[in-house]
Design a protein around this ligand. Sequence first.
Ligand code: AMP
Ligand code: GLY
Length: 430
Amino acid sequence: MKILVIGSGGREHALVWKLAQSSHVSTMWCAPGNGGIALEKLSSNGEPVQCVGVGAEDLEKLLELASRIKPDLTVVGPDNPLSMGIVDRFEQAGFTIWGPNAQAAQFEASKAFSQEFMQRHDIPTARSGIFSNPSEALAFAKSLQGKCAVKADGLALGKGVLITDTIQDAETAIQQVMVDKSFGTAGNQVVIQEKLEGLEISLHALCDGQGYLLFETSQDHKRALDGDGGLNTGGMGTYSPAPFLNADQLNEIRSTVLDRWLNGCLVEGIDFRGMLYPGLMLTKEGPKVLEFNARFGDPETQVYLMRLKNDLPELLLASAEGRLQGIQLEWSEQASTCVVMASGGYPESYAKGKVIEGIAEAETDPLVKVFHAGTKLDDAGQLLTAGGRVLGVTALGDDLGQATQRAYKAVEKIHFEACHFRRDIAAKAL
Ligand code: AMP
Ligand code: GLY
């Protein structure tokens, strides 16, 4: 099987690494890839994964590439190309591609779409309103005493959500999103939700248009600093499994969130093939959905794929072709922890081009894998930082304590100037 992977982050490195382990894969390309992806080799024949310099949002060039290399399966990592309709375009051109089509990708691309869908199908979520007029938005925020989440409707690199505690803060947030347009046109419309309190968890459900397979639990750490301080980021570390849900709670989430969501899709003719990734808050009144994403989480993917035993190309092909029924997910009993090493300053401005050392030493432990997010190889083959999140240092262990200890031991061996990471990944669970 020939596979094309689209994207360039830690999630895509994890996808490439896992896909490359399959005996069915004979050739793999990644567009555009990164410094770590370029070092991966296929288990079946030792061939290197080929990085191709085409951006993940350049649909025309990606189609040209596909026409030339004729992949049997294309796997899309990030949200932007999905909402731009890459799946529709590839399918029209006769290619098999994994990910939701543009209609289905709206669950992530439009928070207003998701919120209205949840209301139509009685899916538990925060009290909310959708506004395109700032003074109406403010009136609603006042009715919540200013304790709200102000969300730009469209895609904003995971940054378009402002959490407020006072009416003053809420007013500033509404001004920023709707009037100053800090997130561009994504803020033409906003969703305002009541602020929910509780533990936040990520779920992943692999869908094939007819049903879903629920992944094991995981938890991300969204804030930049220890103790959940600092700004929201793309995610500073994950672990799996997350011990906060018992079997009863998980069953409740299946029936009130996932089954209702699936039924809603079937009723409305939404053909969702890909990954549904709901963010949930476990509140005192039960689990409530904060948002839906329509792709693998980053860095959730890193811990999931360390633990997943199934053949990934087969699984994604079955999802794309509507054949998941009868397939069982198989997980390693071991736990996994991923610690993100970021450039100092992230998620605000940071320097690039710093030399990274120590990855080979960290990976001498066979239960450690360092996934690259923002890295590149220079002409001399030297590895340099090239983004905010640089590496996802990921380890397995017999339990979460061991996995976490092993991940941090590996982190200690890796160096680049002004590196920043959280020291409390998985601490809540330990
Ligand atoms: P979202 O992109 O909608 O998941 O929002 C980003 C982050 O903001 C989430 O991961 C939560 O930590 C936080 N958040 C979103 N909505 C709410 C809410 N209604 N109440 C409290 N926190 C929220
Ligand atoms: N882990 C956060 C995200 O993928 O959006």
